[in-house]
Design a protein around this ligand. Structure first.
Ligand code: GDP
Length: 588
């Protein structure tokens, strides 16, 4: 059987929920295991070998595990996760979502879920800080289930309740979840592992579930990735004393050798260079020797190393690279990077908002979320907000699309004023979740307002009865008392008789000697009617209907029937019958 590579694991979660502490604890698992082989410190990552996990998990250990270990990315958080990409998605194969079990879901927890959903990354929930549950007795570094058995019943119940809360929260996002020991199929149900990053309780099971997930999900994907041309992702570019420019990278695929020619591609274009040196961190006990780093000839995925290479000053974190052997390889690579950026960086002439973000990863996540929310996008790019963005947003026909949405970016000087001038709104945030929330609620509000205006401007159904005893004037204009039988009567509407013939238009409405804009069902008012003479065109005792324009009638029949009173609805139907007697397709 071919060798599987080490799966790459990222840690996400709300601030202060314990991501760093958890990673530190994992980096110290050696202490828990006593004997087995140690942790390997990589550049920017930590490798926990499988023997060590096996040693910690002891009797819990399942069969058929063939992955060589787990590689944890040292930088926790969403930015690292979305920024570190490989072909077709996130660099990390798996994720741990850390949630403080006492606090539950927070904005960044929700953001993490959105990101994991976008990148389709399998994950485990670490329900952290169980040691803070009132009455919890800590048993350092014990498996969760062992520690749990020894708790009082009330304490057990307290934890269970918290876990149910988490299950409920996850359900809202479409994930079915359960405590890890109650799950049969880990590919369908998200596992929640209660842990304490401080005391180490539950860490064995957390690692165990990760190993199980990795094995099941990734067997197919991880195969064959140890041999072949190296592919990787840049974590950071920095100058090292005595070495010049270096880049810290994670190699997720293949084998990298000194002397290899590599192409590095980011949003700023492709750089082709060659590997002058590959450096690994020197183990702590050897550090007294001159350098922190140890030079190696080659390295195999997955691994975090420092690469010394010329011409990489302008490479940005998050760029992908791969070994290239020929001009053709370079061309292919360039083409792929261009396509990938294009896929995320949409630009069309259609209507839509303008989106600017800090990295390609966050751009991808936001494009996805905006699409899901049904918000059209005209342009999506990495970079700060400038005047061109405002101009593009302003060119939208629909004003609810005249938006520039910025995630983790700056607004360049003078742009705010420009936006105000063009009537463009700028939304900024550094949490995806609240950014989306603000944008969608603003748009909803605008739509509601607009709908209200639209409805208000429609001519609505109305049926009136002329009152023969209250004819004040016969013509120019005729002034007569009426009762509003159904709907509402406004000024400036035309009237028709039940046979469809015109009966003038309402010039004004008076009640108790005062002009009023509208009379409602049941009101008795005096109206002035232009264009008719009572005694000639009208007897003065008829029923009249407001003549609704065909366009308005269409909208009312389609959208507004439910908002009408029973009487108004009936009057509207009678009105339609009058119109359709002559033309059956009227208003359809
Ligand atoms: P991050 O912002 O998610 O990386 O959170 P940190 O790892 O910095 O943790 C935030 C605070 O919570 C620190 O004071 C930690 O000591 C504390 N903390 C983290 N994990 C635990 C835990 O399991 N139990 C307790 N009691 N405190 C914890």
């Amino acid at each position: 059987m071919k060798k599987l590579r080490t799966p790459i694991v990222a840690v996400l979660g709300h601030v202060d929920h314990g991501k760093t502490t958890l990673l530190d604890k994992i980096r110290n698992t050696r202490v828990i295991a006593k004997e087995a082989g140690g942790i390997t410190q990589h550049i920017g990552a930590t490798e926990v070998p499988i023997e060590l996990i096996k040693e910690i998990c002891k009797d819990l250990w399942p069969k058929n595990i063939t992955i060589p270990g787990l590689l944890f990315i040292d930088t926790p958080g969403h930015k690292a996760f979305t920024n570190l990409r490989k072909r077709g998605g996130a660099l990390a194969d798996l994720a741990i979502l850390v949630v403080d079990v006492n606090e539950g879901f927070k904005p960044q927890t929700e953001e993490a879920l959105m990101i994991l959903r976008t990148f389709k990354t399998p994950f485990v929930v670490a329900a952290n800080k169980i040691d803070k549950i009132p009455g919890w007795q800590s048993f350092e570094n014990q498996p969760f289930l062992k520690s749990f058995q020894q708790q009082d019943d009330v304490v057990k119940q307290r934890l269970e309740n918290k876990i149910y809360d988490l299950i409920g929260e996850l359900y809202k996002y479409g994930f079915s979840a359960d405590r890890f020991d109650r799950i049969r199929d880990f590919t369908r149900t998200v596992a929640i592992v209660p842990v304490s990053a401080l005391t180490g309780e539950g860490i064995p099971e957390l690692l165990l579930v990760l190993v199980g997930l990795a094995q099941r999900y990734l067997e197919k994907n991880l195969r064959l990735h140890v041999e072949g041309k190296a592919k990787g992702t840049v974590l950071e570019v920095k100058e090292e004393k005595g070495l010049g420019m270096t880049m810290d990278v994670i190699i997720y695929d293949g084998t990298l050798r000194v002397g290899d020619k590599i192409a590095i591609g980011g949003v700023n274009g492709v750089v082709v260079t060659h590997v002058r040196g590959i450096l690994k961190p020197r183990p702590a006990q050897e550090i007294r020797v001159e350098s922190k780093f140890k030079s190696v000839k080659e390295v195999t995925a997955a691994a975090g190393v420092k690469i010394v290479a010329p011409g990489i000053e302008n490479v940005v974190a998050g760029s992908e690279f791969e070994v290239v052997e020929s001009e053709e390889d370079v061309k292919k690579f360039e083409e792929r990077i261009r396509k990938e950026i294009e896929e995320v960086t949409i630009k069309t002439d259609e209507e839509g908002v303008v989106l600017k973000t800090d990295t390609l990863g966050s751009l991808e996540a936001l494009v996805n979320e905006l699409k899901e929310a049904g918000i059209p996008i005209k342009k999506a790019e990495v970079g700060d907000i400038d005047k061109r963005d405002v101009v593009e947003a302003a060119a939208n026909r629909d004003e609810i699309n005249r938006l520039v949405i910025g995630f983790n970016v700056k607004v360049l000087p003078g742009v705010e004023e420009e936006a105000a001038r063009y009537g463009v709104r700028i939304f900024l945030d550094n949490i995806i979740y609240s950014l989306l929330d603000n944008v969608t609620s603003w748009r909803e509000e605008q739509k509601r307002l607009r709908e209200k205006q639209k409805i208000e401007s429609l001519i609505k159904p109305c049926k009136i009865q002329l009152l023969k005893d209250f004819i004040f004037r016969r013509s120019k204009p005729a002034i007569v008392g009426v009762k509003v039988l159904a709907g509402e009567l406004r000024r400036d509407v035309k009237l028709i008789k039940p046979d469809g013939t015109p009966a003038g238009s309402v010039r004004s409405i008076q009640k108790a000697g005062e002009n009023i804009p509208v009379a409602t069902e049941g009101d008795e008012v005096a109206i002035a009617i232009d264009g008719v003479t009572i005694g000639r065109h009208l007897d003065g005792n008829e029923i009249l209907y407001v003549d609704i324009p065909e366009k308005h009638a269409k909208i009312i029949e389609r959208d507004l029937l439910d908002s009408l009173s029973e009487e108004a609805k009936k009057a509207f139907m009678e009105f339609l019958q009058i119109k359709r007697k002559e033309n059956p397709f009227w208003g359809r």
